[in-house]
Design a protein around this ligand. Structure first.
Ligand SMILES: [Mg+2]
Length: 457
């Protein structure tokens, strides 16, 4: 692209070549600023083949969105050609996880996604610590797609589906009738897959339901892994939790899959007893009954009950998923793309799981940016089952971005967008209203971070 064109565009004026041309054309028509022949001459000189090979990362900036309903740091990676890529650090994580990697990105061609990913993947770890690596990887795909004018799903090998099935989390109520009505409302909204919270908190105030060390605090329980709390359900507790599910099923019927999550930190034997009691309610999966790291304990639970089990929202990279799949320790996996290694790694995870006959549901809690990264990956991964969404009740959530149909979740599905990259642009007027702290301010303090990063000698 000519320097004169770059100057006319300005970095913030146009986020993609396509939008630049559209804007330039519209601008010319409105203001009579350029004669048609001038515009033609300029665009003829844009060599769209060689340009991506000269693309270089020049900056990375952040903005922390709050109330989405989670707190989500979003990223913008800028380039020397006026196009920018959007990414998102996982909900609840610090933007520092991304910013500390900025100096390793500057000057790189963002289209070399796998090369950059392999350079920075050592700085990710499980759960939120992977947030920086994954958020950057999303933004690189967005940039590569904009540079080559292709949607991300196409660069991944094409799509298996045109719309992505979603399930929506639904706020808990101690009253199963109230909760059943909330679930019924999700069906009326068009959702075809449901998930409920089914924690021991539902019964803990009822005497004789839960055995646990006397005096142990809620905080202690929350910070202690399930096998180490000493908390077990009694027969009465198991029966009451099963009754709760029965009351919900009464209102939803048995045709729709209902998954269950957030059981509380009960021991393995309580997990098995509860799982057995829930068999007759055809639960789609029992999620994170124990931490994902305990493959053999997971297998013990999975082998003992006839209800599918699932874990994985905090796992970084493919290898731990393969450990779970190879042993059939869980029936389904549940990566969060913002923890699992980003778009390409998550497709690899899905493809690996498919070989073991394991389906992939996807955990997600974030803004439309990470949502669209999930949508492209889900479209391009054959064994995908359904994608989580926590934000269908947040009124401004869909309006943060343009370029896709809104609301983003339509009758329980997200149409796969065809625009370049992730297929979205940020709507600054809306997003800015929901940001805490700086809005894509300079981050030059991270430009020169240096370290000898090699992992071997
Ligand atoms: Mg979960």
């Amino acid at each position: 692209m000519k320097a004169s064109v770059r100057r006319l565009m300005g970095r913030s004026a146009a986020h993609s070549r396509r939008s630049f041309l559209k804007k330039a054309g519209l601008g010319a028509a409105a203001a009579g600023f350029w004669a048609d022949s001038t515009l033609e001459a300029i665009t003829q000189n844009v060599n769209t083949r060689s340009k991506p090979s000269d693309l270089k990362i020049t900056d990375m900036r952040v903005a922390v969105v709050v109330g989405a309903p989670m707190t989500c740091p979003i990223l913008r990676i800028d380039t020397n050609q006026g196009i920018s890529g959007l990414g998102e650090v996982r909900d609840g994580a610090s933007p520092t996880y991304a910013l500390m990697l900025k100096s390793r990105l500057l000057g790189e061609n963002p289209c070399n996604i796998d090369r950059i990913f392999r350079r920075i993947k050592q700085f990710g770890f499980h759960a939120r610590q992977a947030g920086g690596v994954c958020g950057i990887e999303m933004a690189l795909w967005d940039l590569a797609g904009k540079a080559y004018n292709l949607p991300v799903y196409q660069m991944l090998g094409g799509k298996f589906r045109d719309r992505i099935r979603c399930y929506a989390d639904t706020d808990m109520s101690p009253d199963p009738k109230v909760y059943g009505q909330r679930m019924k409302a999700r069906l009326d909204q068009g959702f075809t897959f449901l998930k409920m919270d089914l924690g021991v908190g539902l019964v803990e105030k009822i005497p004789g339901t839960l055995t646990k060390p006397l005096g142990i605090t809620t905080r202690e329980l929350a910070q202690t892994q399930h096998m180490f709390t000493g908390m077990e359900l009694t027969d009465k507790g198991v029966a009451l939790m099963a009754e709760y599910v029965a009351a919900v099923r009464e209102q939803t019927g048995y045709e729709v899959p209902i998954a269950a999550d957030h059981f509380g930190h009960i021991g393995v034997n309580s997990c098995i007893r509860l799982g057995k009691a829930l068999q007759k309610y055809n639960i789609a999966w029992l999620e994170d009954m124990i931490p994902w790291q305990y493959t053999e304990l997971w297998k013990k639970i999975t082998d003992a009950i006839d209800v599918p089990t699932l874990t994985g929202e905090d796992i970084y990279l493919k290898e731990p998923f393969e450990e779970l799949c190879r042993h059939h320790a869980v029936d389904l996996i549940h990566p969060d793309l913002a923890s699992s290694g980003g778009i390409l790694e998550t497709k690899k995870i899905g493809d690996m799981a498919q070989e073991y006959g394991v389906a992939m549901a996807m955990h997600f809690a974030g803004t439309p940016i990470s949502c669209m990264a999930n949508v492209h990956c889900a479209a391009a991964t054959e064994n995908f089952l359904c994608l989580e969404n926590h934000s269908v009740d947040v009124p401004w959530w869909s309006d943060m971005v343009s370029g896709v149909e809104r609301p983003i979740v339509q009758r329980g599905f997200i149409p796969v967008p065809n625009g370049p990259g992730l297929g979205i642009s940020l709507v600054d007027e809306v997003t800015r209203q929901h940001v805490r702290g700086p809005y894509f301010e300079p981050t030059t303090e991270w430009d020169k971070e240096r370290s000898w990063d090699r992992l071997w000698s």
